[in-house]
Design a binder for this molecule. Structure first.
Ligand SMILES: *[C@@H]1O[C@H](CO)[C@@H](O)[C@H](O)[C@H]1NC(C)=O
Ligand SMILES: *[C@@H]1O[C@H](CO)[C@@H](O)[C@H](O)[C@H]1NC(C)=O
Ligand SMILES: *[C@@H]1O[C@H](CO)[C@@H](O)[C@H](O)[C@H]1NC(C)=O
Ligand SMILES: *[C@@H]1O[C@H](CO)[C@@H](O)[C@H](O)[C@H]1NC(C)=O
Ligand SMILES: *[C@@H]1O[C@H](CO)[C@@H](O)[C@H](O)[C@H]1NC(C)=O
Ligand SMILES: CC(=O)N[C@H]1CO[C@H](CO)[C@@H](O)[C@@H]1O
Ligand SMILES: [Cu+2]
Length: 203
């Protein structure tokens, strides 16, 4: 009894300190860019990609091979927008589980990656693996490839505030990221908590 009360309180504090970051995928005028294209996120933080016109995607790559999907990387799928200059109701949320590991990403639409539509979460603080170097390498990538995994892999697709699994089954390719946020919440309330957590993200 006591233990579970303390556990729940601790879990709530944990949930309160996790930060939610947002990255805009393009903008109203269709810039081939992410805003911001570089950010720092701690373990347990979430990053939500919000999609602007017209029809972009976000895929994870290695630093060495921009514009090509990384094995076990996240994938939002393509998110076409219905209106000309309004952000989509569809967004994608992923959790950062290892802040020491840079997460390089790109848009796999047309030649958007080659056009500079790339970004990074937690870039190395020192050394040559900079966003500028990654972007430079992307401009000369031969192809721009989409992952063959299901849209939503490595995170959650949110539809107008409702989180839905991007994987066909609960044992999707990266369940730790898909359910990570729930671990901050106590016991049986976990799923309801996760749902309202993602609803909260979109307000
Ligand atoms: C979109 O981004 C581009 C490039 O940063 C900028 O020039 C343009 O003004 C932006 N459009 C809007 C509506 O913010
Ligand atoms: C969005 O882009 C993808 C990839 O090019 C394409 O397969 C899909 O048909 C597009 N969707 C719409 C509605 O244009
Ligand atoms: C978002 O969803 C609401 C209804 O759920 C709809 O009225 C609105 O037009 C949608 N926005 C876009 C950009 O599709
Ligand atoms: C986190 O990422 C770093 C850098 O890639 C790696 O060395 C380390 O093993 C990773 N930690 C875990 C727990 O996966
Ligand atoms: C940009 O890429 C080209 C070709 O891949 C390479 O030769 C050049 O050194 C790179 N420049 C920078 C600043 O990384
Ligand atoms: C996140 C989001 O776009 N929510 C919208 C869902 O649809 C209702 C009804 O149109 C809007 O009021 C919300 O803004
Ligand atoms: Cu794009």
């Amino acid at each position: 009894m006591h233990f579970s009360t303390i556990f729940a309180a601790t879990a709530l504090i944990g949930a309160a300190v996790a930060e939610n970051h947002f990255i805009a995928v393009s903008n109203k005028t269709g810039a081939l860019a992410f805003f911001p294209d570089s950010l720092q996120a701690a373990n347990g933080d979430t990053v939500t990609f919000r999609f602007w016109p017209k029809n972009h995607s976000v895929a994870q790559s290695s630093f060495a091979q921009p514009c090509a999907p990384m094995q076990n990387g996240f994938w939002t799928g393509f998110v076409p927008t219905q209106s000309a200059d309004v952000v989509s109701n569809t967004s994608f949320t992923m959790e950062v589980t290892n802040a020491s590991a840079p997460i390089w990403f790109y848009c796999s639409q047309g030649k958007h990656c080659q056009g500079g539509m790339v970004g990074v979460i937690n870039p190395p603080r020192t050394g040559e693996r900079t966003l500028a170097a990654y972007k430079n390498a992307s401009t000369s990538a031969k192809d721009n490839l989409s992952p063959s995994t299901v849209a939503g892999t490595g995170g959650k697709i949110n539809e107008n505030g409702t989180a839905t699994s991007g994987s066909p089954s609960a044992s999707g390719s990266n369940p730790s990221q898909a359910t990570g946020a729930a671990s901050h919440l106590a016991g049986s309330a976990a799923f309801a908590g996760l749902t309202s957590f993602f609803a909260y993200l979109l307000i």
